[in-house]
Design a protein around this ligand. Structure first.
Ligand SMILES: Cc1ncc(COP(=O)(O)O)c(C=O)c1O
Length: 381
């Protein structure tokens, strides 16, 4: 009965990009998205448990339903109010994950006769939202303003431009100021995914409130999507925008309507992680110091190699391109044996011949670990 599934798995194996689940222990973490160490922060853990314990809510274990039925709570409403303050927006709407938030807004807001223009390197949940939508969807070359402008000129109906603040596979930034000017010129609305910038960028009051706010561009962006499972160390996501947008999503976004709401524990975790970060903004400085150390050490250790190339990144995501699925898998496995947890990103997740080690940096990595890892990589290449 499962012959066709077995066949497809075999095809994956033969093409060298079969996926499998694994757990790791006692390796240096260069893979997780816990850039600021909040997922493992003991003080934050205690604060979350204390506040969950003190909450007056009846449904403490599970939310018991969709937010439109029994899943809504005072805790949800207070959290959204607080997040609207943090993200300097009229309103916020919390989602169970970034995947759902992106799918929800991109699939439900642009309508038939409109055009979605998405960056080629957009996360799959943004692309899937575009494919689910009844609007036309058009891809533009990564961060390429000229290509975007050409496509904006041909676009019909309302125009929505989908970009990320920091791209998850290349670790580079969107040219946000230029994107905002171009979209203003062509009367297009920006939907900005801040998945990898939430927590690590922001103003000095709330610290983790993202790249658009750090650049003082929040007023010029139609909707901003923040996720909490990466830099914030917890789980969930929210969309920040106008009250009208929130009302619309509550009525039309199926990934919001037809799912069980988050449990109290998740709501308290989001609330506490932002309150914690507001008081401990210095962690961002620690992360930047490690990013600089990585760049200096990479130049020193890998400069003479010919078969790899380094994309160059100022963020905690540092990709080193080593073409070929088989080769990159061997190198990642050898690094693992040497004590470093770094996962290979294979094609077709990235374009053929741009297979890469996606090295993520965290405040709990030491300079010595970074240097040792790069020297080991140099030996293996
Ligand atoms: C750019 C980007 N957007 C959205 C998501 C999805 O967020 P979540 O993990 O909260 O579902 C990810 C996750 O990898 C991501 O990298």
């Amino acid at each position: 009965m499962e012959d066709s599934l077995v066949q497809r798995i075999l095809e994956r194996k033969e093409s060298g990009n079969i996926r499998g689940l694994m757990t790791t222990k006692d390796k240096v973490d260069f893979v997780s998205n816990d850039y600021l160490g909040l997922a493992r922060n003991e003080t934050l853990f205690q604060l979350i448990n204390m506040h969950v314990g003190q909450a007056e809510q009846v449904n403490k274990n599970g939310s018991s339903g969709s937010r439109l039925l029994s899943g809504n709570s005072v805790a949800y409403e207070l959290l959204e109010k607080y997040l609207a303050e943090v993200f300097i927006s009229d309103s916020t709407l919390v989602f169970n994950s970034g995947y759902q938030a992106n799918l929800a807004i991109v699939s439900s807001v642009p309508k038939k006769g409109d055009t979605i223009l998405y960056d080629q390197l957009s996360h799959i949940c943004l692309k899937e939202g575009a494919w689910l939508s009844k609007a036309d969807s058009v891809m533009f070359a990564h961060n390429d303003l000229a290509d975007l402008e050409r496509k904006l000129k041909n676009a019909i109906g309302e125009k929505y431009v989908i970009i990320e603040a920091i791209y998850s596979m290349d670790g580079d930034y969107a040219p946000l100021h230029e994107m905002v000017s171009l979209c203003k010129k062509h009367d297009a609305k920006i939907i900005l995914d801040e998945a990898h910038s939430t927590g690590v960028h922001g103003d000095e009051i709330h610290e983790g409130n993202g790249w658009a706010i750090e650049q003082k561009l929040q007023e010029d962006i139609f909707a901003r999507v923040y996720t909490f499972g990466k830099g914030m160390g917890v789980h969930g996501a929210c969309i920040a925008g106008s009250q009208v947008l929130k009302d619309y999503l509550v009525n039309f976004a199926r990934p919001f309507i037809y799912t069980t709401a988050l449990p109290l524990h998740s709501l308290v975790s989001i609330d506490q992680s932002f309150r914690y970060l507001a008081k401990h903004g210095d962690v961002k400085g620690q992360l930047n110091e490690l990013i600089n150390h990585f760049k200096v050490e990479l130049k020193r250790t890998l400069v003479s190699q010919g078969e790899y190339y380094y994309l160059g990144s100022d963020t905690a995501i540092q990709p080193v391109i080593i073409p070929g699925n088989d080769r990159i898998k061997l190198i990642a496995a050898a690094l693992h044996t040497e004590g470093f947890d770094i996962r290979p990103i294979l094609s077709p997740t990235v374009k053929k011949n741009t297979e890469r080690l996606r090295i993520s940096l965290h405040v709990y990595n030491t300079k010595n670990e970074i240097t040792r890892m790069l020297e080991t990589l140099n030996r293996l290449l």
